[in-house]
Ligand binder design. Structure first.
Ligand SMILES: Cc1cc2nc3c(=O)[nH]c(=O)nc-3n(C[C@H](O)[C@H](O)[C@H](O)COP(=O)(O)OP(=O)(O)OC[C@H]3O[C@@H](n4cnc5c(N)ncnc54)[C@H](O)[C@@H]3O)c2cc1C
Length: 374
C-alpha cells in the first residue's frame, strides 16, 4: 500500500493554509477534498472580515489565533497582491442598557491584547457615520475585509509549489489506525475506493470534522466533539440603502448570542449587505437557502442602528453554516486543535469547531499545527 507522510482532510481555508505551511518538498503531503474544488463550504460563505479579536475569551485559542492571524492576513495580502482593505469597524450601542455591555466588551478586548481600539461617543460616531444612530461605540482600526477566494487560491498555489498534492473529488470515508500509520480510504467521483497509509492525519473537515474524528474510533459524544450546524443568512441592499455606511458597523452582541449580531458589512466593491443571523439547523443538514421571510426580522434589527434603511431595498443574498461545538444555551467553547495522543492516536490532529474567527485565524492555526508535527 502506498505510504505518505501527511494527509490533510478538507481544502477549506484551514486545510489549504496547513497544506501550504507543512509542505516543504521533503515530506509527502496530500490534501483530500470531497468537492471538485477548494472552499465550497464555510470558507466561501461568510462575511470575509479580518477580525481584530474583540469578542473571544482572553487567552483562548480563538482570541490568540485571531490576533496573530489578523497580522498574518494583512502581511500575506500585502506581499502577494491579494485585495484587502483595512476598512475599520464600529460596534454600536443603540440603547442605554447596551452601554454597559459595550464597556464589558471593550475590557474583554483589551484583556485579550487587541490593539488600535477606542471607545467613541455619539458625536464621534456621527462624524464617522452620519447615518448611524448610536449612543456610544467601540472603534476598531485593526478590522478589515479581504478577498477570501484569491487568498485560498494563493494558499493552494503555495502548497502545490511546495510539492503538496491537492486531490479533489476525494471523500475520506474510512480511517483505521494500523501499526504502520493511519490507513485512509477515499471514495472518488466514480465511486471507486482507494486506500493508502499516512503517518500524520490532520482533520480539517469543517462541518464534518466530528464525523471524520468518529471514523478513527473517537467517541465524539464523550469527548464533547459533536458539532451543531448554525446557519447564518445574508441580505443585500440596493438603491439608496446601499451607500449608507462606509465601514463595518456591528451591533452589541446579545449576551448569550452565538453570533456577532446582524451587522452592516461592506465588500471590496463597496456593496452593502446585512447578516448573518443565527439559526440552529435540526438534524445537521446542509441548507444554504435564504428565506425571503427573514427580511422583516433583518429590517427590524438593522433599522435600530441604521434608521434610514428601507425594507423594499432588501433582497436575499447567501448563507453559510457555522460548525458549532456549543448548542443554543451553552457558554463559550474554544476551537479544538489537538493531537489525540491521550486517546492513543499519536499523529492524529483534530481541528473541530473552527467557526468564526476561523478565516482570520487560518494562517496562525497552520503555524500552530506545524509545531505539533515531528
Ligand atoms: C455566516 C458565517 C460568517 C463568518 N464570517 C467570518 C468572518 O467574517 N471572519 C472570520 O474570520 N471567520 C468567519 N467565519 C468563520 C469561517 O468562515 C470559518 O471558520 C472557516 O471558513 C472554516 O474553514 P475550514 O477550512 O475549517 O472549513 P470549510 O471551509 O468548511 O472546509 C472544510 C472542507 O472539508 C471538506 N470535507 C468535509 N468532509 C470531508 C471528507 N470526509 N473528505 C474530504 N473532504 C471533506 C469540505 O468539503 C470542505 O471543503 C464565518 C462563518 C460563517 C458560517
Amino acid at each position: 500500500m502506498e505510504k505518505i507522510d501527511i494527509a490533510v482532510i478538507g481544502a477549506g481555508i484551514v486545510g489549504l493554509a496547513i497544506a501550504a505551511e507543512v509542505s516543504n518538498g521533503e515530506k509527502s503531503v496530500f490534501a483530500l477534498e470531497k468537492e471538485d474544488t477548494f472552499g465550497k463550504h464555510t470558507s466561501s460563505r461568510n462575511s470575509e472580515v479580518i477580525h481584530a479579536g474583540i469578542y473571544y475569551k482572553p487567552a483562548s485559542l480563538k482570541a490568540n489565533l485571531c490576533i496573530e492571524g489578523n497580522a498574518l492576513i494583512y502581511e500575506i495580502c500585502e506581499k502577494n497582491n491579494i485585495p484587502y482593505k483595512k476598512i475599520s469597524k464600529i460596534i454600536v450601542a443603540s440603547t442605554e442598557s447596551q452601554i454597559s455591555d459595550l464597556y464589558r466588551l471593550y475590557k474583554n478586548a483589551k484583556d485579550s491584547g487587541v490593539s488600535e481600539l477606542e471607545m467613541v461617543n455619539n458625536v464621534q460616531i456621527a462624524k464617522m457615520e452620519p447615518n448611524i444612530e448610536a449612543d456610544a461605540g467601540i472603534f476598531s482600526a485593526q478590522t478589515g475585509i479581504f478577498d477570501t477566494h484569491l487568498f485560498m487560491k494563493y494558499l493552494s498555489a503555495k502548497a502545490t509549489q511546495n510539492k503538496a498534492q491537492i486531490s479533489y473529488n476525494s471523500e475520506v470515508v474510512e480511517i483505521k489506525k494500523t501499526n504502520q500509520g493511519y490507513e485512509i480510504t477515499v471514495l472518488d467521483s466514480d465511486n471507486q475506493r482507494f486506500s493508502f497509509i499516512s503517518q500524520v492525519v490532520i482533520n480539517c473537515a469543517g462541518l464534518f470534522a466530528d464525523k471524520v474524528a468518529a471514523m478513527v474510533g473517537i467517541d465524539i459524544k464523550t469527548q464533547g466533539y459533536e458539532l451543531k450546524f448554525c446557519k447564518g443568512q445574508y441580505f443585500r441592499v440596493s438603491g439608496k440603502s446601499a451607500k449608507l455606511v462606509s465601514r463595518l458597523v456591528y451591533p452589541v452582541p446579545r449576551p448569550k448570542g452565538h453570533s456577532l449580531g446582524i451587522h452592516a458589512g461592506i465588500d471590496l466593491a463597496q456593496n452593502l449587505r446585512f447578516g448573518p443571523d443565527e439559526n440552529y439547523i435540526d438534524g445537521n443538514v446542509i441548507d444554504y437557502d435564504v428565506k425571503e421571510s427573514a427580511k422583516d426580522e433583518f429590517f427590524e434589527s438593522v433599522s435600530k442602528y441604521l434608521p434610514a434603511v428601507k425594507l423594499e431595498d432588501f433582497y436575499p443574498d447567501t448563507a453559510g453554516i457555522r460548525p458549532k461545538l456549543q448548542g443554543p444555551d451553552d457558554d463559550f467553547r474554544d476551537f479544538v486543535i489537538k493531537e489525540e495522543k491521550e486517546l492513543g492516536l499519536e499523529g492524529f490532529i483534530n481541528l473541530i469547531g473552527i467557526e468564526s474567527p476561523g478565516l482570520t485565524a487560518a494562517p496562525a492555526i497552520a503555524k500552530m499545527v506545524k509545531g505539533m508535527i515531528k
